[in-house]
Design a protein around this ligand. Structure first.
Ligand code: GTP
Ligand code: MG
Length: 221
């Protein structure tokens, strides 16, 4: 073991390159209805979707290296709007309301779907969607509805498995493989993530930088 430690020492003195250094972070505002206000689509956009309580706000805080940039709540289903953030005057993050919260009224659910689907299908600068799934659970019917919608749209989709710190180390590989099989992608295409420990943060940042460096799939069509 001490040999390994010696081998690792020289590498630790080199600065590890952060794929996404946050130099500027600015809240732009909320989009509340399908035809409501949204920021001018000047910059490329990346949207984050997932069911309520999947760990979306926690992931965004970790990604942005901020403690309380997106609000982490114990009250699922509170966020009803799409929140936009300018990152480095380079791209815009769209934080979509969590879906699938059972105790939300039918009328509120009826408002969400057109908002979410309208934004995703009507945003000319959308470069990718990050779909969050809980690493510990089977995807829900709502998750599959969202994944099918994204597949029909044809938008590049990055699948992230959240809360992997809640799995035993020995379970991680098999859980990710099972999740990937359920949603029909290769296991390498599912990014393990923990907002608690920071595992996966740089991999996700690198994946975002990669999609941002390519033209939007809309212009490529
Ligand atoms: P809504 O905004 O209500 O839809 O939820 P959300 O998807 O934004 O989830 P949020 O980040 O608010 O996290 C929900 C709960 O899960 C909180 O209690 C978090 O502390 C917890 N949580 C989020 N990410 C992780 C993680 O990676 N590991 C662990 N152990 N807990 C997490
Ligand atoms: Mg949230």
């Amino acid at each position: 073991m001490s040999e390994d430690a010696n081998v690792a020492m020289p590498a630790m003195t080199e600065a590890v390159k952060d794929p996404l250094v946050i130099r500027h972070l600015e809240y732009l505002g909320p989009m509340a209805t399908r035809d409501g206000w949204r920021p001018e689509p000047t910059y490329p956009e990346i949207a984050f979707v997932g069911r309520s309580n999947v760990g979306k706000s926690s992931l965004l805080n970790r990604l942005m290296r901020r403690k309380a940039f997106a609000r982490v709540s114990n009250t699922p289903g509170r966020t009803r709007e799409i929140h936009f953030f300018d990152v480095n005057r380079q791209f815009v993050l769209a934080d979509l309301p969590g879906y699938g919260y059972a105790r939300i009224s039918k009328s509120r659910k009826a408002e969400w779907r057109p908002l979410i689907e309208g934004y995703l299908s009507g945003s000319p600068q959308l470069h990718a969607v990050v779909q969050l799934l809980d690493a510990r659970h089977e995807p829900t019917d709502d998750d599959f509805t969202m994944l099918d919608f994204l597949a029909d749209l044809g938008v590049p989709t990055i699948v992230v498995a959240t809360k992997i710190d809640k799995l035993r180390k020995s379970e991680i590989t098999s859980s990710i493989a099972a999740l990937a099989a359920r949603v029909g992608v290769d296991a390498e295409q599912v990014l393990p993530f923990s907002a608690e420990t920071g595992v996966g943060r740089d991999d996700l940042a690198a994946a975002l930088m990669d999609v941002l460096s390519q033209p939007s799939w809309k212009t490529a069509q």
